[in-house]
Write a protein that binds this ligand. Structure first.
Ligand code: SAH
Length: 350
């Protein structure tokens, strides 16, 4: 038994807070015993807040056109092999219609940074969704925009915004992104989103190129301090048309361990078992739920475009990943003791 490890684990459970060096020690020295211990405690805390319920979000990938060139991403601007598309307003609204009848009460519009989607156009789309489905939440995941832009989207009725910070270490950030993008701006955007009143989500990839344990420890400290309502983490998975194709995929076990740690940092957090986790390993999403995650985001995009929103190789687009197969997903959750609910799924603040 490693006394130091258990002491740090207990501190995390009691306080939801560790020093960066302690997070680092925890990750580097983790073994089966501490992993199981934290997993059990994470699930306990999750159940105190959310019982055995799992929230679902209908993910609508509205455009794969992007002005950015993030080195890891399959839809980066310089990928000439990527067949580009964007959905029209009516197509997005049809996705919502279908999603609503399947039991979804949150719609997530995600996409590349596509200049077509001006504030004006987005305000109109958000307004129409809200008018038609006032009992639903609208989440946006459309990258970096100005304070004024975020404000317009919030005022139009958008409830939540997902913007992964990608890494809380500036030097690491610069290794994952071209010079044009900046760590400071990403962090500024997150701060602005929170200030405006969005339920805000940050997050990062596990095992992204050049990532060190120290970087991960800083990610955890950032989550602790920023205290986001949501946090999306999933393994990095290489994409064949990016220069990061030579790097290996992130580790599923480490991702699950970090899900438990994040649940312990903030017991009320909305924590998805991501598509990347499900894509990296069969049953990955179930594993994530069993480690403390409480959200799943099935794909509600039109079938004709799903293959084109390829952030990484072998991204799941069918099976339980597909919103249309919600019955299967319900069953697979039931099999592990959880229940998918028809609910907006807002954060339950204590
Ligand atoms: N343009 C939006 C949406 C990005 S796609 C934005 O900037 O927020 C959503 C997330 O997918 C990204 O934040 C990134 O963390 C993840 N992602 C991109 N490429 C990936 C890859 N190769 N492996 C795993 N996750 C990836």
């Amino acid at each position: 038994m490693n006394e130091k490890l258990l002491k740090i684990g207990q501190k995390l459970i009691d306080l939801g807070s560790l020093e960066i060096a302690e997070y680092e020690y925890l990750i580097d020295n983790r073994n089966e015993e501490i992993t199981e211990f934290l997993k059990k405690e994470a699930v306990k805390k999750r159940k105190e807040v959310y019982g055995n319920t799992v929230f679902i979000r209908g993910l609508i990938e509205i455009s794969n056109i992007c002005k950015n060139d993030c080195l890891y991403c399959g839809i980066r601007a310089s990928n000439k092999d990527c067949e580009r598309y964007r959905l029209a307003k009516d197509e997005i609204l049809s996705c919502c219609d279908e999603g609503y009848s399947l039991g979804f009460r949150t719609f997530v519009m995600q996409g590349g940074e596509d200049g077509y989607f001006t504030d004006e156009i987005l305000v109109e789309i958000i307004g129409e969704i809200k008018k038609k489905y006032p009992d639903c939440a609208v989440t946006l995941s459309l990258g970096e925009r100005s304070y004024a832009s975020y404000k317009k989207l919030f005022d139009a009725g958008a409830d939540r915004y997902l913007l992964r910070h990608e890494t809380a270490d500036k030097e690491h950030y610069n290794k994952l992104h071209p010079n044009k993008m900046s760590y400071e701006n990403r962090m500024e955007c997150l701060k602005n989103l929170k200030e405006l009143g969005f339920q805000t989500g940050c997050g990062f990839m596990v095992g992204s190129p050049y990532q060190t344990t120290h970087n991960l420890a800083k990610d955890l400290k950032f989550i602790e301090e920023f205290s986001p309502e949501m946090c999306g983490i999933g393994p990095f998975i290489p994409h064949k048309a990016t220069e990061f194709k030579i790097y290996k995929a992130g580790d599923v076990e480490l991702t699950c361990f970090l899900l438990s740690v994040i649940r312990l940092i903030k017991p009320t957090i909305l924590l998805p078992a991501t598509t990347a986790l499900g894509s990296a390993e069969q049953g990955g999403r179930e594993k994530g739920i069993l480690c403390g995650a409480n959200v799943i985001m099935p794909n509600l995009s039109p079938h004709s475009v799903r293959k084109k929103y390829e952030l990484y190789n072998n991204k799941l687009i069918s099976g339980n990943e597909s919103a249309q197969e919600i019955e299967n997903l319900k069953n697979s959750m039931k099999n592990i003791g959880y229940e998918i609910v028809t609910d907006r799924g807002d954060i339950k603040e204590k």
